[in-house]
Design a protein around this ligand. Structure first.
Ligand SMILES: [Zn+2]
Length: 136
């Protein structure tokens, strides 16, 4: 009997010592592109990694950036090559816009979502709270 109780107490201790963040998954950390310029090109080093983190198709993200920045782009293995020298932090601003628009749940502000297409309508479906919102 007493050993069971000890075990439970031990579990309680383990859980109460976990960081709050790991328990509730609060505060989504906005991913950041790491990039550099080379001649007239800008190269995003961690493009694939960011795509995986926000769980969106690399093609989708590259098209978004290409359209928003009016720059031809090309995916090369882990990287994205943009055919223009981009200065400032415009790339991460655009990434943030994309995340807010196409990834983040508007209700619970969690990024655990996927996009569902039916005909011309695209919805963001939240896997945390079940909310669905049409993308305009
Ligand atoms: Zn949600």
């Amino acid at each position: 009997m007493s050993s069971d109780k000890n075990y439970e107490q031990l579990l309680d201790d383990v859980y109460s010592n976990l960081p709050k963040r790991a328990m509730s998954g609060e505060r989504f950390e906005m991913p950041k592109f790491e990039y550099f310029t080379e001649g007239n090109k800008t190269i995003i080093k961690n493009f694939k990694a960011v795509a995986e983190k926000i769980r969106r198709d690399p093609q989708f993200i590259s098209k978004y950036l290409s359209k928003e920045l009016a720059v031809p782009v090309e995916i090369k293995t882990e990287r994205l090559i943009l055919q223009r020298r981009l200065t400032g932090d415009i790339l991460n601003k655009k990434l943030e816009e994309l995340v807010l628009k196409y990834v983040m749940c508007k209700e619970c502000k969690r990024p655990d979502t996927h996009i569902e297409e039916s005909g011309r309508i695209r919805n963001i479906i939240c896997e945390s709270c079940g909310a669905r919102a049409a993308i305009r």
